[in-house]
Design a protein around this ligand. Structure first.
Ligand code: FES
Length: 560
C-alpha cells in the first residue's frame, strides 16, 4: 500500500487517505497487509475473444488468496480485431501505455496480465516490460471449432476461405449469412495459428506464462484451473521479486522467435516481439530472425499452413511436444516465471504420446523456417513472406507490377471487369504502412481480382507495406520497409515495372535502373496529410511511430 504514494506533499497523509478509501471496498487490515497482486482485466462487451475473462479473473483471485495474497483487479483498454477503427495496431501502443502506467501508478507487488486477442498480449507484455514489476501472463485461450454443412470450420482461416468462395461466385449471400453463426462458435481467441495463438505459444516459450497454458481452449475447465495456478504463482513471484527483465532476456526472445518459425506462426509476431524486446533494450534484427529459422522446420500442422485447429494442438500436448523437438535449438538456461529454467521445464513435461499435429523433425510441414526475410532495392530495410503459407511455385517469380496507390484505390478498382491483370502479375499496394494507412492495418491480404477469382485463380504474388492477419494464407509479401508514405522505394513502383522475387536467395527487387529510380525519387511527393492529424492520439501516433523492423512502437517508449 505504501508503493507509489499519490503526491499530496505529505507521505503520511497520502498513506492514511489511501487506506481510508481502499477500506471502503470492504478490505480488512489483515487483507491489506498481504502482498497485493494486481490483475490487469481486459474484459469488454465488444470482445468475444475475452468473453470468459470474468471467470478467469475469479480463478486468478482464488489462486492469489489460496497463496496468501490480496488480488485487486483493474481495467485496461481492451482491443478486438474487428472492433478497432481504423485498425487494432493503431491502438496497441496506447494499450501498452495504459498498462504500463496503471501498473506503475497503483500499488502492486506483482501483476497477472489477462489477455488473448491479437494485440492485447503484446500490449500487456510491452507495458509490463516497461513497468518491470513481477508479471505473469494468463491468456483467455482459443475458441472451439464449429460446423457448416457437415464441415468443421473455425475463425478465421475459414472466414477468408468462404469469403474467397463468395467472391468467386461459388456460394451466395445467404450462405455467407449462415456462416456467421458457426465461424465463431464459442468464446475465445481465433482457433488457428493466427496472431493470438502465435503470441500465446511464444509467450509460454519466452517463459512469461506457466507451462502448458498457451493452448488450453477458452471454454475447458483446464483454463480456470490454470488461471488459479497463475494467481498462486504471482504471489510467489512477488516474494522473489522475479521481474520481467529477468525472464525476457535476449535468450528468451530468441527462443520465442525459434518457436515462431517452428509453429508456422503469424507474421505479426515479429513486429510484436520486436516491440516487446525493444522495451527492454533488446534489439531484434530481421537478418538474425531469418538465420534462426534456416535450420528450424515448421512442425505444427495447423491452419492456415496446415490442417488442424488449436483444440487439436491442445490434445496433442500444446507447446510441450514442440519444445521437446526443438530442445537442441533452444537456449535452455533461460529463466521462466516458475523460477526454473526452460530446460528444467522441458525435462518435467509429460511423456510423449502418439499424435499427428506436431510433426517429427524429419517429417515437417515445411523444411526451413515459417517466415523468410527479404531484402533488395524494393525493401532496403526488409520485408517478409510467410513461405510456409505461400504457393511453392511462386517463391521464385518475376512478373509485371500492377500498382494500387492506396487501400481506397485498391477497393475502387480490384473488381473492375476491365482491370488489366493476369495471374502472373504482381499486385502492389502502396501507403498502407504505419504512417500511410495509418496504423499498418491487416490489409496486405490483397484479394484476387474478381475477374481472376472467377477463372479459378486462388493465389498470386501480392506485395505491400501493410500487415496480414495470421489467419490468412497465400504468396504475400508484407512489412516492406521503409514504407511508401515514408518515401521508401515501394512508393516509386509503377504499373508495368518488372519485379523479381527470389525467396530461396531472400531477394525482392524492382528491375529498373538506378538512374530511373533516382529520377522518380526526386519527383516523389508525400501523400496528403490524414484528416485529423493535427491533434490527439493520431498526431502522437504519426509523430512517434517507428517502422515495422523496429516493431512499430513509439520511439519514446523504447528503452533508452
Ligand atoms: Fe481475437 Fe482473432 S479476433 S483472436
Amino acid at each position: 500500500m505504501k508503493k507509489g504514494l499519490t503526491h499530496y506533499g505529505d507521505d503520511g497523509f497520502s498513506l492514511y487517505i489511501r487506506k481510508a478509501f481502499i477500506k471502503a471496498m470492504g478490505y480488512t487490515d489483515d487483507a491489506l497487509s498481504r502482498p497485493i497482486i494486481g490483475i490487469a482485466n481486459t474484459y469488454s462487451g465488444y470482445n468475444a475473444c475475452h468473453a470468459t475473462i470474468p471467470q478467469i479473473v475469479e480463478a486468478v483471485k482464488r489462486g492469489v488468496m489460496l497463496a496468501g495474497g490480496l488480488p485487486i483487479e483493474f481495467p485496461t483498454i481492451s482491443l478486438h480485431e474487428s472492433f478497432a477503427f481504423p485498425t487494432s495496431m493503431f491502438l496497441r501502443n496506447l494499450m501498452s501505455m495504459d498498462t504500463e502506467e496503471m501498473i506503475k501508478a497503483q500499488p502492486m507487488d506483482a501483476v497477472v496480465l489477462v489477455g488473448g486477442c491479437d494485440k492485447t498480449v503484446p500490449a500487456l507484455l510491452m507495458g509490463a516490460a516497461s513497468a518491470n514489476v513481477p508479471a505473469i501472463v494468463e491468456v483467455t485461450g482459443p475458441m472451439l471449432t464449429g460446423t457448416h454443412h457437415g464441415e468443421r470450420i473455425g475463425a478465421c482461416t475459414d472466414c477468408r476461405r468462404f469469403w474467397a468462395k463468395y467472391r468467386g461466385g461459388e456460394i451466395d449471400a445467404d450462405e455467407v449469412e449462415e456462416l456467421t453463426n458457426q465461424l465463431v462458435p464459442t468464446a475465445g481467441t481465433c482457433g488457428v495459428m493466427g496472431t493470438a495463438s502465435t503470441m500465446a505459444l511464444m509467450t509460454e516459450a519466452m517463459g512469461m506464462m506457466l507451462p502448458g497454458g498457451a493452448a488450453i481452449p477458452a471454454t475447458y475447465a483446464d483454463r480456470p484451473r490454470q488461471a488459479e495456478q497463475t494467481g498462486a504463482r504471482a504471489v510467489a513471484m512477488a516474494a522473489e521479486n522475479l521481474s520481467p527483465d529477468q525472464v525476457m532476456t535476449p535468450a528468451a526472445i530468441r527462443n520465442a522467435l525459434r518457436v515462431l518459425h517452428a509453429i508456422g506462426g503469424s507474421t505479426n509476431a515479429i513486429i510484436h516481439t520486436t516491440a516487446i524486446a525493444g522495451r527492454l533494450g533488446i534489439p531484434v534484427d530481421l537478418q538474425e530472425f531469418d538465420a534462426l529459422g534456416r535450420d528450424i522446420p515448421v512442425l505444427v500442422d495447423l491452419k492456415p499452413s496446415g490442417r488442424y485447429y488449436m483444440e487439436d494442438l491442445y490434445r496433442a500436448g500444446g507447446l510441450a511436444p514442440i519444445l521437446r523437438r526443438l530442445a537442441d535449438h533452444l537456449e535452455l538456461d533461460a529463466l521462466t516465471v516458475t523460477g526454473r529454467t526452460l530446460g528444467e521445464e522441458i525435462e518435467g513435461m509429460a511423456a510423449e504420446y502418439p499424435q499427428d499435429v506436431v510433426r517429427p523433425l524429419d517429417d515437417p510441414i515445411h523444411p526451413g523456417g515459417g517466415i523468410a526475410v527479404l531484402t533488395g532495392n524494393l525493401a532496403p530495410d526488409g520485408a517478409i513472406i510467410k513461405q510456409a503459407a505461400a504457393a511453392p511455385e511462386l517463391l521464385v517469380h518475376e512478373g509485371r507490377a500492377l500498382v494500387f496507390s492506396s487501400m481506397a484505390d485498391l477497393a475502387a478498382r480490384i473488381d473492375a471487369p476491365d482491370l488489366d491483370v493476369a495471374a502472373d502479375d504482381i499486385l502492389v499496394m502502396q501507403n498502407a504502412g504505419p504512417l500511410g494507412a495509418p496504423g499498418m492495418p491487416e490489409s496486405g491480404y490483397l484479394p484476387i481480382p474478381r475477374k481472376l477469382a472467377e477463372q479459378g485463380v486462388k493465389d498470386m504474388i501480392r506485395l505491400s507495406d501493410a500487415r496480414m492477419s495470421g489467419t490468412a494464407f497465400g504468396s504475400i509479401i508484407l512489412h516492406v520497409a521503409p514504407e511508401a508514405a515514408a518515401g521508401g522505394p515501394l512508393a516509386l513502383v509503377r504499373t508495368g515495372d518488372r519485379i523479381r522475387l527470389d525467396v530461396p536467395n531472400r531477394r525482392l527487387d524492382l528491375l529498373i535502373d538506378d538512374d530511373e529510380l533516382a529520377a522518380r525519387r526526386a519527383a516523389w511527393m508525400p501523400p496528403a496529410p490524414h484528416q485529423g492529424a493535427e491533434r490527439g492520439y493520431l498526431n502522437l501516433f504519426l509523430e512517434s511511430v517507428t517502422q515495422a523492423p523496429e516493431g512499430c512502437d513509439f520511439d519514446f517508449l523504447k528503452a533508452r
